[in-house]
Design a protein around this ligand. Structure first.
Ligand code: ADP
Ligand code: MG
Length: 373
């Protein structure tokens, strides 16, 4: 999905207030009634707010939605991105946004820089793109609106990833340095390297193999299982620090505690992933590999530390439940009516942020932009 930073330059403080009001309103409303936006924004004069709403809709930061009962607006991914980047900008963790370097099914990755020119990575989580049809068809969704919301799911994913990255980083694991977190976004250090999947040969596969397996075991000893430990989430450093420090591990939202009921299966899956990759790509097979019952002995409890740091057991449960519900429902076409605020401008009506995330990547050269202070 395109990251629209252009709007950052021309939105006024009042526009920002109205955008924030829409975000606040979405905590309790799938579609925020216009009257509520006006009330939360607390700006004098209805016409002023009307203009702000028009500007925001034109910039695709909010979208007008007409449902059976009332007219209102919902925050778009673009609007949510804007709020997060604005927060980073205010906290001086991000000054400019550069190229997109990765696009996954559930995330977008950009290079960003701070005022001092330090390059970092912005990871934007994009989860739970649930259609209005499935919302309508499922009363539970209406009752637990929060757990069905893409905003809530994406925010939880980012919060979880940030919390785990922080705990791992502080305990000396080779992971990116976690720098900042706002809403569904995290800022982390840029790893000078490439995903292991690009590796077609290696001068000493056994050393790399051993240190990757040691990582899995050490992680388990600290009470955690990565659960997505594959060649896409292991970055090989351009300049290895030593035999044991050749890689950095990324992507933790699916990480689970060693106490998870499926811990053994997940552990084995991570181990098998590495074994398979080494056999297929590097022609390396070893009879030596970690075994859950023998090697996954807990000596520390990062899983508990993370819970204490804010990502509670309850949140973990909620997140897992929401993710599996959301994936079961899948994505299908929306059947609600969405109207461009500025009448007659067909072009923008089509710019639905939730549908156009395919084929929008790798051309970020012109997105160099300065967020408004
Ligand atoms: P996803 O959840 O979509 O798989 P990842 O966190 O795995 O997202 O990131 C996707 C891709 O973006 C990675 O395979 C890697 O190429 C790149 N990437 C992510 N984080 C970093 C980082 N900190 N430094 C360098 N590249 C990164
Ligand atoms: Mg990944």
């Amino acid at each position: 999905m395109k990251l629209n930073t252009a709007a950052m330059r021309y939105l006024s403080n009042d526009d920002f207030r109205v955008l924030t009001a829409t975000e606040m309103g979405s905590k309790n409303h799938e579609i925020v009634p216009t009257t509520l936006i006006v009330q939360i924004a607390g700006l004098r004069g209805g016409a002023g707010v009307g203009n702000c709403i028009s500007e925001l809709a034109k910039a695709n930061l909010i979208a007008r939605v007409k449902n059976a009962k009332y007219d209102g607006y919902r925050l778009t991914y673009g609007g949510y991105d804007y709020l997060a980047i604005k927060a980073f900008s205010n906290r001086r963790t991000v000054y400019s946004v550069g190229n997109q370097i990765g696009v996954g099914k559930e995330s977008d990755i950009f290079v960003v820089a701070n005022e001092k020119g330090r390059k970092c990575v912005l990871k934007i989580h994009r989860l739970g793109r649930i259609s209005f049809r499935s919302v309508k068809n499922n009363r539970d969704y209406l009752r637990n609106r929060q757990s069905a919301s893409w905003m809530y799911l994406s925010r939880l994913a980012a919060q979880k990833e940030f919390a785990f990255m922080k705990a791992l980083y502080e305990n000396g694991f080779p992971v990116p340095e976690p720098i900042d977190n706002s809403r569904h976004c995290i800022i982390m250090s840029l790893i000078p390297g490439f995903p292991m999947r690009q590796l077609s040969s290696h001068e000493d596969p056994s050393a790399l193999y051993s240190s990757l397996m040691s990582f899995i075991v050490r992680l388990a000893n600290h009470g955690l299982i990565h659960c997505d430990f594959n060649e896409f989430n292991i970055m090989i450093l351009d300049e290895p620090k030593s035999e044991d420090e050749q890689f950095v591990v990324i992507d933790f939202p699916q990480c689970v505690s060693l106490d998870h009921v499926d811990a053994e299966r997940y552990f084995k899956r991570d181990v098998d992933c590495i074994r398979r990759f080494f056999e297929k790509k590097l022609g390396y097979v070893s009879e030596d590999y970690p075994i859950f019952q023998r090697d996954a002995k807990r000596v520390a409890s990062l899983d508990i530390d993370v819970q204490a740091s804010g990502f509670s057991k309850k949140l973990v449960k909620e997140f897992e439940k929401a993710i599996s519900e959301s994936r079961e429902k899948g994505e299908d076409a929306t059947d609600h009516e969405e109207i461009g605020e500025h009448h007659g401008d067909k072009e923008d009506e089509e710019e639905d942020d939730e549908e156009d995330n395919e084929g929008e990547n790798e051309d970020g050269a012109d997105r160099e932009d300065e967020p408004q202070e």
